[in-house]
Design a protein around this ligand. Structure first.
Ligand code: CA
Length: 222
């Protein structure tokens, strides 16, 4: 079952065509045309992906994208009528996941949506015995108690929780957290784990989820 795609587009005909094709592809869709209400809507409805027009009445796509990124990692595909805008947008790194230039074929939109969702792992939610990790919002909770984690801590916990009981070496954890960096001190992981444990202890004082395995690495036990 595919999730909800939010289409933010002030050209109604275009929005209707996109909605049509996405629905035929099995997605449900919602459409907004006024830029000022988008951020609140996203907070409330937590869509699976957003197609966001750059030029909107009320509030522009760039501002909207920036605001959404302050609380959500939901995949965002920006749409713009100006091809020369694309280079500028890429340079700005506003946190959008992809850009599509108008005019586009609706089929291209569906293909891009699928590709971005695949890349984003469908905003996967990991659930293991009371532990819930919602990747689309970077929200972690244990037995209903939320933990205030950084992106790195979230990724670490998510990685460990994918295989409870399995022991991961420091190098494996580092490769996961810093895939592009080759020179990160070994002890960086220890310091992240230490902070992560402290935050887990604040949320659930009587449970120890992360265990050290002497000389080897770490594992998560639930
Ligand atoms: Ca527009």
């Amino acid at each position: 079952m595919n999730g909800n795609i939010l289409i933010v587009e002030d050209e109604r005909k275009l929005a209707a065509v996109m909605a049509d094709y996405l629905q035929q592809a099995g997605f449900s869709t919602s459409c907004l045309e006024d830029g000022t209400i988008v951020v609140e809507w996203v907070r409330e409805h937590n869509p699976e992906l957003i197609l966001l027009d750059l030029m909107l009445p009320g509030k522009g796509g760039l501002d909207i994208c920036r605001e959404i990124r302050s609380f959500s990692t939901v995949p965002i595909i920006m749409t713009t009528a100006r091809i020369e805008e694309i280079d500028r947008l890429l340079g700005l790194e506003m946190g959008a996941d992809d850009y599509i230039c108008k005019p586009f074929s609706p089929r291209e939109v569906v293909a891009r949506v699928r590709a971005v969702l695949r890349r984003a792992g469908n905003g996967a939610t990991t659930k293991a015995a009371g532990l819930i990790l919602d990747e689309s919002r970077y929200l972690a909770s244990f037995n209903g108690r939320e933990m205030d984690l950084t992106a790195v801590e979230f990724k670490l916990l998510q990685f460990l929780a994918a295989n409870p009981g399995r022991i991961y070496g420091r190098q494996q954890l580092m490769d996961h957290i810093y895939p592009d960096e080759r020179i990160v001190a070994d002890r960086t992981i220890d310091s992240h784990i230490k902070k992560l444990r402290k935050k887990i202890a604040v949320a659930v004082p009587d449970e120890e989820l992360i265990h050290s395995v002497y000389g080897v690495g770490y594992k998560l036990e639930i």
